[in-house]
Design a protein. Structure first.
Length: 164
């Protein structure tokens, strides 16, 4: 049985109204915060030793300065170094989102066997709206069961759900 076809969920969704969803959102707004934009620079190398040297240089300068010194192209230049959720589908961009703000990433090997170093900075956060729908991860489309999903979150956080 799929998660969204649960008889328990169908019963619970009838117990929650829109004002309870709104109240839950306001009381738990921090749970709806997400990283929406980052600025980043990234260099790519054919040999690990070159990436190690670059990372060392970037630790003493900035990654952007190091790119200029070594004549390397910034992989994120195609995005003007400003990345957002719309271009986050690529693992290349996701790396900038997962690198801690104002740090230089470890040296990472790419699927193609090259080596990358990323610097991520100026992280900007936003909040999902209480009207946002959860996504069906298998089909990447808004779920048709928004109220049911919100009902589960509200009832689950209030302790009303019990396993029997």
């Amino acid at each position: 049985m799929m998660h969204m076809q649960s008889p328990v969920l169908e019963k619970l969704e009838k117990q929650v109204n829109k004002s309870e969803i709104k109240a839950f959102y306001q009381a738990n707004k921090s749970q709806f915060k997400f990283l929406s934009h980052v600025k980043a620079h990234r260099a790519q190398f054919a040999h690990r030793a070159n990436a190690v040297s670059f990372r060392t240089l970037a630790g003493n300068k900035t990654l952007k300065q190091s790119l200029v010194i070594l004549g390397k192209q910034d992989i994120y230049a195609q995005y003007n170094s400003e990345l957002n959720r719309k271009n986050k589908s690529s693992w290349v961009v996701q790396l900038a989102f997962t690198t801690k703000e104002n740090t230089i990433s470890p040296i990472i090997r790419t699927p193609s066997g090259e080596w990358v170093v990323t610097h991520s900075y100026e992280h900007q956060f936003e909040y999902f709206s209480p009207e946002d729908e959860p996504f069906d991860t298998k089909q990447q489309r808004p779920s048709q069961n928004k109220k049911r999903y919100n009902s589960m979150r509200i009832l689950g956080s209030s302790g009303k759900i019990r396993q029997e």
